[in-house]
Design a protein around this ligand. Structure first.
Ligand code: GDP
Ligand code: IMO
Ligand code: MG
Length: 436
């Protein structure tokens, strides 16, 4: 059994919590795209973890985790994270962490180029995490990237770094920034690569063997559908494919071996960085946005940037459901809305006087649309930690059912707090077998 978990909105839906919750039912947990731009928070009792590069399953000591070929990996960030969780009592060895030999490396000049590119865009900047993600994927597509397997050869690494840096430095200098030195990069990288060596694995073969041995595999998407480079709100996107198809390519697993897709959907929407956000709560609703931001702790897990908050958008979420083929949905953060009098849900887009419920391809169109809202009554009572659907206030049940109907997918799980046990598991038929 191979299941993919994918965010349906603009990220931070609570993928980390859900992956951690389900990890016990799986043998292998893997990431297939992105890098340390992700921030997946997991709370286990007193301990709080923020996973950036490592799959959220890593904190379960008996699980094997994989960083797939579709990822971009910064070696320093990789070991910082391993050392950080070791301090928190989680030991990671190459026996239970595999890094694809085909994954690409993020080099110091990628980070510098990310800064330069954002500076150059000025008012039109993307608002990236400045981790070098975009430039590393540019090098991959430009066929000059440095893959993990290449870096294992010191001669090849030197050759590639020197060649790529020459070009990168030209761009960096053009914007008056400090050029980088290849000897310093190599000095920093060499010991990190040596430390990485035992983790390096031919991971698609590893997955094939795991499948043959009837192991259960969970693929953990980072970022989310609306940040997908093909299907998201381009150009305000990340540079990888978090969507379901990307899981097959980025893990190196045949598409027909994937048994199901679980969408992670928040009861409201947020966005970090720039880009169109039709249901964003602007000045008039800043009070509600503030309440949600504080109750929902809507600050970047890594960058600490305040997240832009908005109402649930059933148009874009239904688009995500269709695109990924969600078999079921995990609906997160129900408790965050506990205090609201009324809750709005965007059920259509008004574009030049006509109403549509399909997602426009152009960000310029998305900026123009006016959301068509339906307003539902709030429940004004505490749902934190509820574990039984029948015990939810009637209006909360109604809200959940309304979202499910509008998105067109059953809700299999509802999250009512950041902790593992603050969860309602609904016995939806589509979930049979996944969570047993
Ligand atoms: P991810 O990137 O999708 O893994 O999400 P993040 O971890 O970046 O952000 C989600 C935040 O919401 C984290 O701080 C989680 O601990 C928290 N969270 C997840 N589910 C719930 C929930 O049901 N209720 C509340 N109040 N917080 C939640
Ligand atoms: P998780 O996995 C929310 C956003 C950035 C920026 C855009 C491009 O925690 O949900 P990048 O550095 O990737 O080139 O930035 O994508 N972004 C995220 N937003 N959650 C994330 O990850 C994100 N990863 C990238 O804010 O708008
Ligand atoms: Mg996050």
């Amino acid at each position: 059994m191979i299941i993919v978990i994918i965010g349906a909105q603009w990220g931070d839906e609570g993928k980390g919590k859900v992956v951690d919750l389900l990890a016990d039912r799986f043998d292998v947990i893997a990431r297939y795209q992105g890098g340390h731009n992700a921030g997946h928070s997991v709370y286990v009792g007193e301990r709080a973890f923020v996973l950036r590069l490592l799959p959220s399953g890593i904190i379960h000591p008996d699980k094997v985790c994989v960083l797939g070929n579709g990822m971009v990996i910064e070696p320093k960030a990789f070991f910082e994270e391993i050392d950080q969780i070791a301090e928190q009592g989680v030991e990671v060895s190459p026996e239970r962490l595999k890094v694809s030999s085909r994954a690409h490396l993020i080099m110091p000049y990628h980070k510098a180029l990310d800064h330069t590119s954002e500076e150059r865009l000025g008012n039109e900047k993307i608002g990236t995490t400045l981790r070098g993600i975009g430039p590393a994927y540019e090098d991959k597509a430009g066929r000059r990237g440095i893959r993990v397997a290449d870096a294992l050869s010191p001669e090849l690494l030197k050759l590639r770094v020197e060649r790529n840096l020459e070009e990168a430095n030209r761009i960096i200098a053009l914007f008056g920034n400090q050029p980088l030195r290849s000897d310093e990069i190599l000095e920093e990288m060499t010991p990190l690569i040596e430390r990485l060596r035992p983790f390096v694995t031919e991971t698609s073969h590893f997955f094939a063997e795991a499948k043959k041995a009837n192991k259960k595999i969970l693929l953990e998407g980072a970022q989310a559908t609306l940040l997908d480079v093909d299907h998201g709100t381009y150009p305000y996107v990340t540079s990888s494919n978090p969507t379901a198809g990307g899981a097959s390519v980025g893990a190196g697993i045949p598409p027909h071996h994937i048994s199901g897709v679980l969408g992670i959907v928040r009861t409201y929407a947020t966005r970090v960085g720039e880009g169109p956000f039709p249901t964003e709560m602007l000045d008039a609703e800043e009070g509600i946005a503030h309440l949600i931001r504080e109750r929902g702790n809507e600050y970047g897990s890594v960058t600490k940037r305040p997240r832009r908050c908005g109402w649930f958008d059933a148009v874009s979420t239904r688009y995500a459901a269709e695109l990924n083929g969600f078999d079921s949905i995990a609906l997160t953060k129900l408790d965050v809305l506990d205090e609201l009098d009324e809750i709005k849900v965007c059920v259509g887009y008004d574009i030049n006087g006509g109403t549509t419920n399909t997602m426009p391809a152009a960000s310029s169109d998305l900026r123009q649309i006016k959301p068509v809202y339906e307003t539902l009554p709030g429940w004004k009572s505490d749902t934190v930690g509820t574990t039984d659907f029948a015990k939810l206030p009637e209006n909360a049940q109604r809200y959940v059912n309304f979202l499910s109907e509008r998105v067109g997918v059953e809700i299999g799980l509802i999250s009512t707090g950041p902790e593992r046990d603050q969860t309602i598991i609904i016995n939806a038929s589509t979930m049979d077998g996944w969570f047993s």
